[in-house]
Ligand binder design. Structure first.
Ligand code: XIL
Length: 655
């Protein structure tokens, strides 16, 4: 039962709401593969060492699970802490979810989970989980994702604290991954369908390896390094330039004939503190000039477009300008200098001013006024970048069109630079699994936005999405930590309804259509072109409304099994023409199976009779939409699939 217990723990960590960014994978995806477990229950330190001269010992004073934990004492610096080599455990290109429980011996502080990677004799430090409040009063979970994107000579996971150096405890450390699927080759490439302008994706090192690299090269014609060209990456200390992060990304783009957007030369974020240290106007502008001259010249004409300045507008200020340190010390001169030097250092590059919320009237008006003013002075602004971080219900197409219209006719090109469509409409929401109706709304948003962009192709130089697939999106931690799903491909790199919204909207139903769409509207069904119904079936009302037909279809899938246990997904598709409001799904187990843990709903079981009731957020299922639950079960003997399913007492088709 030990293997079962370990697997179950790993699965539950991934399945439970709010435990980490991988939460959404459990219901739709197979069991994660656990590559590392440290529970210290065997009273050994299980390979953990100190990063310096700390003392590590197994303790029974406190424990997160079981009776033992790892106690670390004798720390003399915040960066000292427990460390475990994962060289040979972590493989390149695989995205691991790393989870650890931390507790302090005394007081409170912030703790981080990090990775130290050494290559070519140089160490780099990557944050897996950023500063998180920890204390001596309880255990705190740190869960994050790590992808090894380059070869390493040594590789270790470690825990450190921000300021205090007291003792700490560590327990129940796990690392797991969900195997990726091969990319779909039978579906059209986005770049072959949207040919009016380059379509790009923002990437990190993880996206150029393995199947991620295949997906990127197959669908996109442009890349934007998401972080690798920011100041903290390229000039972390004064006049010491580093292109180690960006060069591999740009080499990938070049070798695949893709364009490169350089993001970004000047920003108020991700800029090292030294830049503003003891700076007056002249020093700051000199540092700025040196930075741009070096970085822009390093790439020459390989970078076709630069976001020269990023997010300089604050429409709440009387003059519309963000009160950054740049602005406070130089007024508009940092912008003037940045564009002048960028033009001199990279004469062939298109130079953009980039900002978010440019669909909001006050913001776009302030940006417009600035662009017109500076261009009037001869500042070489060639292009306005609209970030387009939007969500499933905002903004409207009309607002977005007004944004594009505003900048027509003033001599600038426009680019959509960072588009993603969050499934959330407020900071308070959090779903362990993206609800079907949100994914459908997202598909409509992508459909309508891309239709608009294609109508404005004469004004648009490119459209870039801020990420490749839902397994790696900045929205998992912004504005709060929760799993988001804002892109065209899901966490396993498979095409979502959003993809079909861009590539072939006939494969998703119209929200206003009065006919009942078929199962082809369900997000997962629509990801496979062959799985979706033919256009005539999907629009024929008689297909789902003729008397005697059921109005639900259920698929039951065992996604993993091991001696004594299994994991399964059950998916209900509303094949009727009316919304399903509140559902109870029932079936009979005939092999003695019992459900140990179920997510996305609640369960009762009496003998073999199982009743699953919708969760609060997935109780309403629109026609053509679907709801899924997943569970862990125990089985002794065979594990026969249930022979029949009913929703609210009415028998469903089995698919
Ligand atoms: C984001 C990156 O994607 C994250 O990895 C990083 O932690 C923060 O910045 N607007 C921008 C981008 O211009 O640079 C930001 O990128 C997202 C918002």
């Amino acid at each position: 039962m030990r293997a079962f217990a370990r697997l179950a723990v790993a699965t539950l960590v991934a399945a439970a709401p709010l435990t980490g960014v991988m939460a959404a994978q459990a219901a739709d995806d197979p069991t994660p593969v656990t590559v590392l477990t440290s529970d210290f229950e065997d009273a050994t330190v299980q390979g953990w060492t100190g990063r310096s001269a700390e003392t590590l010992a197994v303790s029974t004073a406190v424990a997160h699970g079981g009776t033992h934990s790892l106690a670390v004492s004798g720390r003399t610096a915040g960066w000292q802490g427990p460390s475990l080599s994962v060289l040979g455990t972590f493989e390149k290109g695989i995205s691991y979810t790393v989870s650890a429980w931390v507790r302090l011996a005394e007081g409170s502080d912030l703790a981080r989970l990090s990775v130290e990677r050494r290559a070519g004799g140089t160490a780099s430090y990557e944050t897996v989980v950023g500063d998180t409040a920890v204390s001596a009063t309880g255990w705190v979970n740190l869960t994050g994702r790590y992808t090894l994107s380059a070869d390493a000579e040594s590789l270790s996971v470690y825990v450190e604290t921000a300021s205090t150096t007291g003792g700490l405890y560590l327990d129940d450390v796990t690392a797991s991954y969900v195997p990726t699927l091969p990319i779909q080759t039978g579906i059209p490439a986005v770049k072959d369908v949207v040919t009016e302008f380059p379509v790009g994706a923002a990437i990190t090192g993880a996206e150029i390896t393995g199947t991620h690299g295949d997906l990127l090269a197959r669908h996109f014609t442009s890349v934007t390094p998401g972080n690798a060209l920011k100041w903290d990456a390229t000039e972390p200390t004064e006049n010491a330039f580093s292109y180690a992060q960006a060069d591999p990304l740009i080499a990938f783009a070049r070798s695949h004939g893709m364009r490169v957007r350089g993001h970004t030369l000047v920003w108020h974020n991700q800029t090292p503190a030294w830049v503003f240290q003891d700076a007056d106007r002249e020093t700051l502008l000199a540092r700025l000039e040196n930075h741009i001259r070096n970085v822009a010249a390093h790439y020459g004409d390989t970078v076709g477009t630069w976001d020269v300045v990023n997010e300089v507008i604050d429409e709440s200020q009387p003059d519309g300008m963000r009160r950054s340190a740049w602005y406070t010390l130089t007024g508009l001169d940092y912008i003037r200098t940045a564009f002048r030097v960028a033009r001199e250092a990279a004469p062939a590059a298109r130079l953009c001013i980039n900002d978010y919320n440019t669909n909001v009237a006050a913001k776009r008006d302030a940006l417009y006024a600035l662009v017109v003013k500076l261009r009037g002075e001869g500042v070489p602004i060639d292009c306005v970048g609209h970030q387009m971080h939007v969500n499933v219900s905002w903004p409207s197409i009309a607002e977005t069109e007004a944004m594009l219209k505003k900048f027509q006719g003033i001599g600038v090109q426009q680019q959509i630079t960072e588009m993603d469509v969050s499934i959330y409409t407020s900071s308070g929401e959090s779903y362990p699994t993206p609800p079907a109706e949100r994914l459908l709304a997202q598909a409509y948003a992508y459909r309508d936005m891309f239709a608009l962009f294609r109508r404005y192709a004469a004004d648009l130089g490119s459209v870039t999405l801020w990420g490749l697939a839902d397994d790696n999106t900045w929205l998992d931690t912004f504005p709060v930590t929760r799993k988001d799903a804002p892109l065209l491909f899901d966490t396993r790199l498979q095409a979502k309804s959003a993809y079909w919204g861009v590539v072939d909207p006939s494969r998703i139903s119209s929200p206003s259509a009065s006919t009942s769409p078929s199962a082809s509207t369900s997000p997962s069904a629509s990801t496979s072109p062959s799985a979706s119904a033919s256009p005539s079936a999907s629009t024929s009302p008689s297909a789902s409304t003729s008397p005697g037909k059921s109005s639900c279809a259920v698929s039951y899938r065992v996604t993993g099994s091991w001696p004594g246990g299994f994991q399964a997904d059950v998916r209900i598709v509303n094949t009727g023409s009316a919304p399903l409001r509140g559902w109870k799904l029932t079936w009979q187990f005939t092999g003695g199976q019992t459900i140990a843990q179920l997510w996305n709903g609640s369960v009762t079981q009496s003998g073999g009779a199982v009743t699953v009731t919708a969760a609060s957020w997935n109780g309403t299922v629109a026609p053509g939409a679907a709801a899924s639950v997943g569970f862990l079960g125990a089985s002794t003997g065979g594990n026969p699939a249930p022979a029949a399913f009913a929703v609210n007492g009415a028998t469903c088709d089995i698919v």
